[in-house]
Design a protein around this ligand. Structure first.
Ligand code: ZN
Length: 177
């Protein structure tokens, strides 16, 4: 009632003033001096649930809205939570999700590649074992008649080449992925 002259008694916003769009309601002076600010308001969780469920402010109790207008903690909570919820919805709208067919196709391709890699590893091990068996068999067969052979350089080279090549083949077979 100590309103100075020239100031209108209320905001002449007309019918649009019934629901201001997210008007910040800061009542920093609403907290009495004796109140301890460490204790959060017990209705903050209620307001937060309403905001996260998108019930705020249209589908909330009038009493809850009135409380947030009169409580500094809850007014701050409304400001921050509505801003964060809006940001999250914006990010989810902007996120590019690949179509399910592409995801399925990539999963199938990866499974096939894994199976082929495992099969190649088994084949390499079998090949290496076969080479070793063949070399041992050759020596078992040829060994007894070795003293009777007339040794010549081409024959020695022909017989020695598997001895040289077998370890190399085994190495490449075992290290191939
Ligand atoms: Zn409150």
């Amino acid at each position: 009632m100590n309103r100075p002259h020239g100031t209108p008694p209320s905001s002449p916003a007309g019918p649009a003033a019934s629901s201001p769009p997210r008007a910040p309601r800061r009542r920093d002076s609403a907290r009495p001096a004796g109140e301890t600010p460490a204790l959060p308001c017990e209705r903050e969780s209620e307001i937060l649930r309403a905001i996260e469920a998108r019930h705020w402010p249209d589908r909330c109790d009038d009493e809850l809205r009135a409380h947030s207008a009169s409580c500094a903690d809850c007014a701050d909570l409304v400001d921050v939570a509505t801003a964060l919820t809006g940001d999250r919805e914006e990010a989810m709208r902007a996120a590019h999700v690949p179509p399910s067919g592409a995801v399925w196709w990539r999963a199938q391709l990866r499974a096939r590649q894994d199976a082929a890699r495992a099969a190649r590893r088994i084949i390499s091990i079998v090949q290496a074992a076969a080479v070793l068996v063949a070399v041992v068999a050759v020596f078992l067969i040829v060994g007894p008649v070795l003293p009777a052979i007339h040794w010549s350089l081409p024959l020695i080279a022909a017989l020695a080449s598997p001895l040289v090549l077998a370890p190399v083949a085994v190495y490449f077979a075992l290290t191939e992925h």
